[in-house]
Design a protein around this ligand. Structure first.
Ligand code: 5GP
Length: 236
């Protein structure tokens, strides 16, 4: 959290990596801690007034790309019937737009997950759990899993394992956004809308504390203190 100690910490990390190359060590900066808090609905973004929002992708850019993805998927799956599975709730805008560009026979399904798990239940301990499963049988069918955003890849890795246990003929992944620089789990992404930088984004289905999902564009929230002072220096 202290910028003045960064050089020393990096030196220590380099040393640790040399000593223990088999251990994956990462330094979390102040910025990373705050983004992590935001991902789970906490932190300074919650301070009023809410952070100003900067447009990262305009509605027009999104619509154009979604159409291209739809055409690509239609070409790839010619002659097949697919099951489109969306991960609630961030995917609603993307899924609704994408499916209207798919000229294929398809069924629409949704999965709902929670990152916290039920206390005492299988998800306790912070991993992902399925709170609402797909309703249709997918055994032997071609599945296209539709995601809003892939960040570390943890959620997607879990979802793929969950879906493959239902023995579909194939599973391909389509995500609107990819924060590739943050990846910790290697996951196969067949269709990608946009690769985006490591920023906390909202809009077009994506929320912060349940809000902003209805924005037609995708924006970045910059947290501010009540008096308007920016909390996050860009270089921390
Ligand atoms: P992962 O498991 O890949 O680290 O995280 C994926 C999930 O975290 C997404 O499905 C989404 O719910 C949430 N997430 C990751 N990055 C962002 C972001 O920038 N904005 C919002 N609103 N949610 C995010």
């Amino acid at each position: 959290m202290k910028q003045s100690l960064i050089t020393q910490k990096n030196r220590k990390l380099r040393h640790l990596r040399e000593l223990y190359p088999e251990i994956n060590i990462q330094l979390l900066y102040r910025r990373d801690i705050l983004r992590l808090l935001a991902k789970y609905g906490h932190g300074p973004l919650a301070v009023e007034p809410r952070g100003a929002e900067r447009v990262l992708l305009t509605a027009q850019q999104i619509q154009q790309r979604v159409q291209e993805l739809g055409e690509e998927i239609t070409r790839d799956y010619q002659g097949q019937e697919i099951v489109l599975i969306g991960v609630l709730r961030g995917v609603v805008c993307f899924m609704a737009d994408l499916m209207r560009h798919l000229d294929l026979p398809l069924q629409m399904e949704f999965l709902e997950i929670s990152h916290y798990g039920v206390e005492g239940g299988p998800g306790a301990g912070g991993e992902v759990t399925v709170t609402r499963d797909v309703q249709a049988a997918v055994e032997g069918r071609s599945v296209l899993l539709v995601e809003d955003i892939v960040d570390t890849g943890m959620t997607l890795q879990f979802l793929l394992r969950h879906l493959w246990s239902k023995r579909p003929a194939s599973v391909a992944v389509c995500t609107l956004l990819d924060k590739r620089v943050r990846r910790m789990h290697e996951v196969p992404i067949r269709y990608r809308g946009f690769e985006i930088p490591d920023e906390f984004v909202v809009g077009y289905g994506l929320d912060y504390q349940g809000l902003y999902r209805n924005l037609p564009h995708i924006g970045v929230l910059t947290p501010v203190e009540p008096k308007g002072k920016v909390l996050l220096p860009a270089d921390t």
